[in-house]
Design a protein around this ligand. Structure first.
Ligand code: NOJ
Length: 752
């Protein structure tokens, strides 16, 4: 056994910030503060609009304003526009005794006004530059609009397509999510938080929120330490190592302890073992909800439990405001701990440059000149085309020639200018996306006809997150069939409404809603050249689509420039290079479905037949996914050959090289994501059948062969043991390399 780290699980590391790393000004300020003012820094008030949780019953604007003026509020969320932020900041800075500036947070999840592809889509690019660049731009726009703190990235690993928030993260794999997490954070924060075009990032939700039982948002999570440490926590550890300055906990009960009150997570692991130097913020009302969870008797106990567990700042439920003073007076909370929480928050405010100039983010000129610029829209287009995943392309139906005589474009989603913006669209103007129809019309030189065909949702929403599904009828079918019959090629856009996914948007059934697929089945009867473009925020159930059409392109919700980016791919101006960050099931009942599962004692192989009843399988659906994790085609054809290892034995401290030749057998240059997986064949605990350990996205020119070499060290083979140690175990390993998690070459080695 090669022990890389000793057990941290039961350690009692020092969780308080070392004062030596904090600017002296923080200490000087802290020395001047009363207990009430210190507690004030821990309060995060909601603005009075755009609620993302239950509307507080006591939202008296006057009372809140008075508290800000008394220096009793550390920050605000959902305050928008430079004017509103300046006004609020003036109250804190000009009128309070110590003039401590507030921090202003907002959910900048995939852009501010220029919408980038949703984070799940960004992850499908397997390109950290996409993640970096999209958040760099999001930060420019949001920070130019007065904000300085993004409640993103969400880096909750999720294996369940029913969970609506899967659209907001990096999918099912901890390694891929970690790579994206680091880039997302760097994109927001850059190297200098005080730059008025950057913002503080917030890694969320700590932890295991993505493991909600039955995929139902806010539901209980029950996750073993093995899964917690090896699957859930790695992206957060990577985020801390990348310098994220804040972390948000969550709504979920994890193994019997709501994470907002989980001291092992927040104090021992995050602040202790990982040495996190930023602050933790609770989620919207998650402190108050500790009572509802049945974890504490009343709200005062909730405030104490959350605080003691390491939640430094409290989002909105105002339990800290009501109770922390008394708890300190009673000696139930130690002043040193209160100081620590305040110190962490002030430290970030100093780093943001707010003490130097509290209005550094409030510049009206920048607020208009730095948003929705041509450069940002071009970047959104570039990002979107890199996120698309080609799922099927029989007989090279794609790319379409630009001068094809006639194209029939069908589907409500095809002409929609709002749905492609996705859920969590911050301040994107309504209907500001380029539709698929517009994108096609800009490029195609032949005739382009359009009809809606099916109607998934009504146009009018009463409130932004509503999904007003349409009454189903076939009124549009005949027109659609008619234009399809007359066209050379059909592009039919089907999928989901953008608010079918996102917070509070879980689904029990992830098939496509309404009668879109029924219409598709009619269309293919009159025209075999049907290309399906999918728009969706989760892995959807689409065997009935894939089985009847020759070409399927997954476009997710691509953001502001979505339609142009889709046209770039459809007409071959961009050769698709995306790969799925989640497994696509045949049936919702397979969820949670993920590639890095255990083997079990009774696995079935692909030659499963009816004779093998007492094996782990469904009697009415396959075990394997329709499309595996990592899958995605290109207009180029790549073949993998000659997987070779530099040695078949690896010793601790040494490296092993694994090389493979990848040939582009087509006449089109293309990019391929070469993926390396390992399998630890046996161990003190059972190990997954495959684990992604490395990948490289490479351009391979037509006809070219490139040798891709990966290095593997003991560190790549280590995992958290049941006793908390991080070790690699001697024994036999497999290495797999391929273009997805299923179709791989295999080699073996032994760790000595
Ligand atoms: C609740 C969500 O869970 C969280 O991710 C978000 O940042 C807050 N609301 C604020 O909107």
């Amino acid at each position: 056994m090669i022990v890389l780290r000793n057990s941290v699980w039961n350690a009692q590391p020092n969780q308080l910030l070392k004062t030596s790393i904090v600017d002296k000004s923080v200490e000087n300020l802290l020395a001047l503060m009363t207990t009430t003012e210190k507690v004030g820094q821990l309060n995060l008030y909601n603005g009075t609009w755009d609620f993302t949780g239950p509307v507080p019953q006591d939202n008296s604007t006057q009372e809140r304003a008075d508290n800000i003026k008394k220096g009793l509020v550390g920050g605000m969320l959902n305050v928008l526009t430079v004017d509103a932020i300046r006004e609020a900041q003036e109250m804190a800075v000009e009128e309070s005794r110590l003039g401590i500036p507030m921090i202003f947070g907002y959910d900048v999840v995939h852009g501010y006004k220029t919408m980038m592809p949703i984070p799940l889509a960004q992850t499908a690019s397997w390109d950290s530059d996409v993640a970096y660049e999209t958040n760099r731009i999001a930060a420019i726009e949001a920070a130019s609009s007065g904000l300085n703190w993004a409640f993103a990235p969400m880096i909750d690993v999720s294996r369940d397509g029913r969970w609506g928030r899967i659209m907001e993260g990096g999918g099912e794999d901890p390694y891929l999510t970690s790579v994206m997490a680091v880039a997302w954070i760097r994109g927001f924060q850059q190297d200098d938080l005080s730059d008025p075009l950057t913002m503080a990032a917030c890694a969320k939700h700590f932890a295991a929120y993505g493991f909600a039982e039955a995929g139902r948002d806010y539901n209980t999570t029950d996750v073993s330490d093995q899964t917690l440490f090896n699957i859930v926590l790695p992206p957060f550890k990577a985020a801390v190592e990348a310098g994220v300055v804040s972390v948000m906990n969550g709504f979920n009960d994890l193994n019997g302890v709501p994470v907002t009150a989980d001291g092992r997570l927040q104090r021992d692991i995050l602040k202790g073992d990982w040495g996190f130097e930023g602050f933790v913020v609770s989620d919207f009302n998650s402190v108050g909800e500790l009572v509802t969870h049945g974890f504490v008797k009343d709200e005062k106990a909730a405030a104490r439990a959350a605080f003691m567990a390491g939640s430094d700042m409290e989002m909105d439920s105002r339990q800290y405001e009501r109770h922390l003073n008394a708890l300190v007076d009673e000696g139930a909370i130690d002043m040193a701990m209160l100081d620590d929480a305040v110190r962490r928050i002030l430290k970030v405010k100093f780093e943001l440059g707010l003490f130097e100039d509290p209005y550094r983010y409030c510049n009206k000129e920048r607020a208009t000149s730095n948003v929705l610029t041509a450069d940002h829209l071009a970047a959104a287009r570039d990002a979107a085309r890199k996120t698309m995943v080609l799922l099927k392309n029989d007989n090279d139906l794609l790319p379409i020639a630009k001068d094809v005589a006639s194209i029939a474009v069908i589907g409500q989603l095809a002409a929609h200018k709002d749905i492609p913006l996705g859920s969590w669209r911050a301040q994107a103007p309504a209907n500001s996306a380029v539709s698929v129809l517009e994108g096609i019309r800009e490029v195609a030189t032949g005739e382009v006809t359009y009809t809606e065909g099916y109607r998934l949702v009504e146009e009018k929403r009463h409130f932004i997150h509503e999904v007003p599904f349409s009454e189903q009828n076939r009124n549009g079918f005949s027109d659609a069939i008619q234009i399809a019959r007359q066209a050379e090629v059909v592009v039919m856009v089907i999928g989901e409404d953008c608010f079918q996914s996102g917070e509070g948007r879980s689904q029990v059934d992830t098939q496509l809603k309404g009668n879109q697929v029924e219409l598709l089945a009619e269309i293919v009867k009159v025209n075999p050249n049907v290309i399906v473009v999918l728009m969706n925020g989760r892995p959807v159930v689409i065997p009935d689509v894939v089985n009847i059409v020759p070409a399927v392109l997954e476009s997710w919700f691509g953001g502001s420039a979505s339609g142009n980016a889709i046209a770039d791919v459809l007409f071959g101006d961009y050769n698709p290079s995306g790969k799925l960050p989640v497994s696509f099931p045949y049936h919702t009942g397979q969820e949670p479905l993920y590639y890095n599962h255990k083997n079990g004692g009774r696995p079935v192989t692909n030659d499963f037949d009816a004779g093998k009843v007492f094996w782990s399988h469904y009697t009415d659906a396959p075990n394997e996914p329709l499309f595996p994790f990592g899958f995605g085609l290109s207009y180029s054809i790549f073949s993998y050959n000659d997987l070779t290892l530099s040695s078949h034995q690896l010793r601790s401290g040494e490296e092993l090289k694994a090389s493979v030749n990848v040939t582009n057998k087509s006449n089109m240059n293309g990019e391929e994501v070469v993926q390396l997986y390992i399998r630890d064949l046996y161990g003190s605990t059972t190990r997954p059948v495959k684990e992604l350990k490395a990948f490289e996205k490479v351009m391979i020119r037509a006809g070219e062969t490139r040798t891709i070499t990966f290095k593997i060290s003991t560190d790549d083979l280590a995992y958290y043991w049941p006793d908390g140690r991080y070790c690699a175990e001697e024994g036999d390993f497999h290495i797999f390399i391929g273009g997805n998690s299923r179709d791989v070459l295999q080699a073996e080695f032994e760790l000595l």
